[in-house]
Design a binder for this molecule. Structure first.
Ligand SMILES: [Zn+2]
Length: 277
């Protein structure tokens, strides 16, 4: 899946914001794109020494380390309009084999979004400050502490008699199908959310829910929590026509187009296809 970047290692242990060293990596975003260095047909994350304008007073935030190299988010304007540098859309991950570059940019994007959305305290409106001892923002007026927001979402591979139930979202390309998924609501357990979402979207009851794997999905700030569930395939499928345009049981020999293993949905469908689910 997208987060599996071995032998590379992203470590999100918090380090106190400090000076940026010459070889430290820098992430620089413009809307939904980020800056990369070109190197033949490949790309590299730029580092501090690529930019003479980065100094000790440059507005920056420590994010995490990649292979023990600190990575900083740069807020001040950088001179990016020059040969050897290119902005890539954040969905770069869909077509690159440089998974570590894609993953670092996605996790950095999540944090950049969170910092940007919490510049002011939601309770009293005072400008927030970065906490010095953990990854959090604090309001010095009312003492509110704000942590990065992660929204839990559940996703299910629903199986019965060597078939899998897949649905097609209203805005998806034709012929593409995936697993039923949805956000967990306030006061719900993950299992309750899954039962509700499946009932709402395809109208069937599921049973024997068991945990599969999870996947952070930084672009929407979500945590996808995957389950395998069973259902009686004689139940009528009743789709929620707002979000879903079709849902069907598929056997292994007639699987439709589905996403690659970078997503947990693709991972589960592929496992079903191989007979391992
Ligand atoms: Zn406040």
């Amino acid at each position: 899946m997208i987060q599996d970047i071995y032998p590379h290692c992203l470590n999100n242990d918090f380090h106190k914001n400090g000076d940026i060293n010459d070889n430290d990596l820098v992430l620089y975003f413009k809307d939904k794109s980020f800056l990369l260095k070109t190197k033949g047909d490949e790309f590299e994350l730029p580092c501090k020494k690529d930019f003479t304008e980065i100094a000790n007073d440059t507005n920056s935030t420590f994010l995490f380390t990649l292979n023990d190299v600190p990575c900083f988010l740069i807020w001040d304007k950088l001179n990016s309009d020059r040969p050897g540098f290119i902005f890539k859309e954040i969905d770069f991950f869909r077509y690159t084999n440089q998974q570590e570059v894609a993953w670092v940019s996605m996790v950095g994007f999540h944090l950049k979004d969170w910092y940007t959305q919490n510049r002011f305290c939601g309770k009293c409106g005072t400008k927030t400050q970065q906490k010095s001892d953990e990854r959090a923002l604090e309001c010095n007026n009312c003492n509110t502490v704000i942590y990065p927001r992660i929204s839990p979402a559940v996703i299910a591979a629903i199986v019965c008699n060597d078939k899998i139930l897949l649905a097609r979202g209203a805005n998806w390309p034709e012929d593409w199908y995936s697993c039923v998924a949805g956000y967990v609501d306030v006061g719900e357990s993950l299992e309750e959310a899954l039962i509700r979402e499946v009932k709402e979207e395809v109208g069937i009851n599921i049973k024997n829910i068991r945990y599969y794997k999870s996947q952070p999905w930084p672009l929407s700030g979500s945590m996808m929590i995957g389950f395998v569930a069973e259902a009686d395939d004689t139940q009528p499928i009743v789709i929620d026509k707002k979000e879903i345009v079709d849902a069907r049981w598929f056997s292994r020999s007639e699987l439709p187009k589905y996403s690659s293993r970078i997503s947990i949905a693709g991972d589960m469908i592929e496992k079903f296809d191989k007979g391992d689910l």
